[in-house]
Design a protein around this ligand. Structure first.
Ligand SMILES: Nc1ccn([C@@H]2O[C@H](COP(=O)(O)O)[C@@H](O)[C@H]2O)c(=O)n1
Ligand SMILES: C[C@@]1(CO)OP(=O)(O)OP(=O)(O)OC[C@H]1O
Length: 166
């Protein structure tokens, strides 16, 4: 049995913040603003997993009113979301995500993002795909005001036989 989910998130670019995308710190003069590390890519992925599970969204599970999440690495949130999936008997089938950013150039960092996401999901690298695009200078991403990300996730039910096939 399969469950599909999609996620979308946006964070504003600002000075004096680190830029963390897909669990990877990227050297850039600006970073994303948020209560957590503001990793817009991982937030979109968390929302896609929660959507597939019928479990609402990231703000319901990790409210920004809770000081416990101040500055937290979103890799920890993704691990928690995947633990919830496992507790409900699901594992990652595959994941496809797009980061929309006019700058910086993300291509050199994609492999590390895929590795970090795969580790957090407990999944093989082949199940993860991350893409980047500009908007040809159109819209808020194109003006460099923020970065958005979209993700689609397919979860697959762990069969009873596989559960005991250690
Ligand atoms: N922040 C970004 C955006 C895009 N790329 C790479 O460039 C390719 C072309 O982007 P277009 O927006 O012109 O279609 C894209 O396929 C990415 O590989 C990037 O590295 N960083
Ligand atoms: C994960 C949280 C936790 O504070 O982080 P934020 O950085 O505020 O990110 P956002 O995507 O605006 O909302 C989700 C929050 O719950």
């Amino acid at each position: 049995m399969f469950r599909i989910g999609q996620g979308y998130d946006v964070h504003r670019l600002t000075k004096e913040r680190r830029l963390v995308l897909g669990g990877v710190e990227i050297p850039y003069g600006l970073g994303l603003l948020g209560h957590s590390d503001a990793d817009v890519l991982l937030h979109a992925i968390c929302d896609a997993v929660l959507g597939a599970l019928g479990e609402g969204d990231i703000g319901r599970h990790f409210p920004d009113s809770d000081p416990a999440y101040r500055g937290i690495s979103s890799l920890k949130l993704l691990r928690e979301v995947m633990s919830l999936a496992a507790a409900k008997g699901y594992r990652l089938g595959n994941l496809d995500a797009t980061v929309v950013a006019q700058a910086p150039r993300l291509a050199p960092h994609i492999r590390k993002m895929v590795e970090a996401i795969a580790e957090a999901c407990g999944a093989d690298l082949s199940r993860i795909n991350v893409k980047a695009t500009t908007t040809e200078e159109l819209g808020f991403e194109g003006r460099g005001e923020g970065i958005s990300a979209q993700a689609v996730v397919l979860l697959e039910k762990i069969t009873v036989n596989e559960e005991f096939d250690i």
